[in-house]
Design a protein around this ligand. Structure first.
Ligand code: ZN
Length: 338
């Protein structure tokens, strides 16, 4: 029994005025067939050796017991439910609308009523899957105010975007986990922040930066920096594909947060035209890295896609690398750009 407070007041056990302690006690109760232990709060009369449970204590102790039960059987606690709702900035009333539950259901779950498993699963899904929240929100659009809908949509969309980027980062890192050799990584670990900056930097210097050209320019930049400084810029690993060097994980890389492009139709195929994000600023790229990129921009920045492919095909690094094999940085010493 631990005392957390002591004050002189009317003691409801012996009905006299004396020092009364507020104490924390480990209680055990059986709830829904489960034995649950939890910290309960009481007042303690030392004269009669009795515990007193004030009205607000009855409420708090009951909630503590139910949360202990929730934890024991693997359900969300009342606070976790509140956090999930707050994460989307939704009111209790609107959250019940969105979930298509009874008006007071959420309010009750955030308090004393232990949620059933099906509802718990829905709440966990909403927590981990902002896309699902957005889809669900869309279905109940008519039942909440436009202003509230717009607010929830904005928050949900931002959460979704953050999650998506996290998945992308993880999937690219998984691809790169196997690459360790200096010959193929250029002696630096993958730095995706730098990769995003490189794409923006190139897009700010080159007027028509399409996919094929971007991939070649990234490779030239890394290879030239390796030639000059003995290490690459980004840590990207490139393979020799028919059109030239292509970084591993390229499809995921161009979807990262901070990479922007317009889609342009050429006859019957769609191309990406990369552009710098608004207010692009360099944070990670060093002086020598920018200088290498500037040299690449002046050497190949004006070339058409087929011309840069042709130039790549003439590089020793390309000619001496097997079809679809990883290009070694050891060829950088003979790179055509210096
Ligand atoms: Zn007393």
């Amino acid at each position: 029994m631990k005392s957390t407070k002591r004050e002189i007041k009317l003691c409801l056990a012996c009905m006299e005025i004396h020092e009364v302690d507020t104490v924390e006690v480990e209680d055990t109760e059986i709830f829904k067939g489960e034995e649950v232990s939890f910290q309960a709060v009481y007042e303690y009369c030392s004269r009669s050796d009795q515990l007193i449970e004030q009205e607000e204590m009855i409420k708090a102790n009951s909630l503590a017991m139910k949360d202990a039960y929730r934890i024991k059987v693997g359900l969300l606690t009342s606070n976790e439910i509140i956090e999930i709702r707050n994460q989307y900035g939704v009111s209790q009333k609107d959250f019940s609308e969105i979930l298509d539950w009874g008006k007071a259901t959420i309010t009750r779950y955030e308090n004393h009523q232990v949620q059933d498993r099906a509802h718990d699963a829905v709440l966990q899904k909403i927590d981990s899957d902002p896309k699902w929240f957005l889809d669900t929100l869309e279905q109940v659009k008519e039942r909440i105010t436009i202003k509230a809908y717009q607010k929830y949509y904005r928050i949900g969309a931002a959460q979704f975007k953050g999650k998506q980027n996290q998945y992308l980062l993880e999937s690219i890192e998984a691809i790169y986990a196997e690459f360790e050799n200096k010959e193929i990584t250029g002696g630096v670990s993958l730095n995706l922040q730098k990769v995003v900056e490189m794409i923006n930097y190139l897009a700010s210097k080159v007027t028509s930066l399409h996919k094929v050209k971007l991939m070649k320019m990234l490779w030239y930049s890394d290879a030239l920096h390796y030639k000059r400084e003995g290490k690459a810029i980004s840590g990207l690993v490139y393979s020799a594909l028919p059109m030239g060097a292509v970084p591993e994980g390229y499809d995921q890389i161009v979807m990262l947060d901070g990479v922007e492009f317009d889609t342009v139709a050429y006859g019957d195929h769609i191309g990406y035209k990369f552009k710098p994000v608004l207010e692009f600023r360099i944070k990670e790229l060093s002086q020598t890295e920018r200088e290498a990129m500037d040299a690449v921009v002046s050497a190949v920045g004006e070339l058409k896609a087929e011309e840069i492919v042709e130039k790549m095909h003439d590089e020793e690094a390309y000619q001496c690398t097997g079809k679809n094999c990883i290009i070694s940085y050891s060829f950088s010493k003979n790179l055509s750009i210096s």
